[in-house]
Write a protein that binds this ligand. Structure first.
Ligand SMILES: [Ca+2]
Ligand SMILES: [Ca+2]
Ligand SMILES: [Ca+2]
Length: 325
């Protein structure tokens, strides 16, 4: 146990030293933080400077529902651009994409980064196998945590924002190779990483890994699904979603798993919440306004951190998912 902790500590120190030498990418700051999401909305509305939307694209919208704009232009209808995440300074966006895929048979996604306005696209991961998604920035903007099944089941990996120094974050002792981890979320103090895993039972629980001490703490303990942890900007709360009350609802809890509060109460699916920069509101996706059960149409919503003030931002017949604020 001591030896493993020591080894992990050494790896962490080596990573810290390696990343210290890499300067953060200078980028323009977005004046007003908009809400990112992915959608197959199609060619309309048109976005200035871009051709028609073909695949699943990255969009932005203001929290009052105005200013809808597309940032990506996919090469084909098969292309999926997904799970966009703002860098801490709002200058860059990480997301996963299949835009490089040479054939419909190769559908593996890789991590990409672009500037806040869609310019400066660069690829961060390069296989050689498996799909890479769920990127989340370190608070200093120098690293990305992400999920990959390159070595079998999905696990959390960390890479420098320039694509160097890629490594798996957890050990097989923490999460055995036969189990999965997804949805990493970096704490605002940069010391902890929350994620979901089925390491203890079939249904996911939420865990927090302290990267300084290599201790892994389970925050939830039930036979329902718990997913999508997201830290409040002050680090005092985690939002997450769970099926513990019969369907997907959004909750808050303390980072030690205590003081669980439910924010939504609707028989349809509500999940994938992310905090506003001031910590006062949350954006999430929900099927609550869909009129038929045949398809899983989703829209983007915002609400206050106590669950009040619900507002729908999108209204179209396709899935609008993975908001980030
Ligand atoms: Ca659970
Ligand atoms: Ca619900
Ligand atoms: Ca929709």
């Amino acid at each position: 146990m001591r030896e493993r902790t020591h080894r992990l500590l050494l790896r962490f120190v080596a990573l810290a030293v390696a990343t210290w030498t890499i300067l953060p990418v200078s980028a323009q700051r977005s004046d007003q933080r908009e809400i990112l999401f992915d959608s197959r909305m199609g060619p309309t509305p048109a976005s200035p400077g871009l051709g028609p939307a073909k695949g699943q694209e990255i969009w932005v919208i203001r929290s009052d529902g105005s200013g809808l704009r597309r940032l990506t232009e996919s090469p084909s209808e098969d292309t999926r651009n997904q799970v966009p995440r703002w860098s801490p300074d709002g200058g860059q966006i990480a997301f996963s994409s299949t835009r490089h895929a040479p054939s419909p048979e190769n559908t593996d996604a890789e991590i990409y980064v672009m500037n806040f306005d869609g310019s400066g696209l660069r690829r961060i991961t390069y296989g050689p196998r498996g799909t890479n998604t769920d990127a989340d920035w370190s608070p200093d903007g120098r690293r990305l945590a992400f999920v990959s099944n390159r070595d079998g089941n999905s696990k959390v990996y960390v890479v420098n924002a320039d694509g160097s120094n890629l490594r798996r974050l957890t050990t097989d002792q923490m999460t055995p190779s036969s189990k999965s981890e997804t949805g990493p979320a970096w704490s605002p103090d940069g010391k902890r990483l929350a994620f979901q895993s089925n390491r203890d039972r079939e249904e996911n629980e939420i865990y927090v890994l302290n990267m300084e001490t290599s201790t892994l703490v389970r925050l939830t303990d039930n036979n329902a699904w718990d997913a999508h942890p997201a830290w409040s900007p002050d680090g005092q709360y985690l939002s997450f979603d769970s099926t513990r009350d019969g369907n997907w609802e959004i909750y808050l809890m303390r980072p030690d798993g205590s003081q669980v509060v439910r924010l939504t109460n609707h028989p349809r699916m509500d999940n994938a919440a992310r905090w506003s920069r001031d910590g006062q509101r949350l954006a999430f996706n929900s099927t609550r306004d869909f009129k038929s059960d045949a398809l899983g149409n989703l829209e983007i919503y915002v609400m206050n951190r106590d669950g009040s003030g619900l507002r729908r931002l999108t209204n179209n017949p396709v899935k609008d998912t993975h908001p980030d604020w």
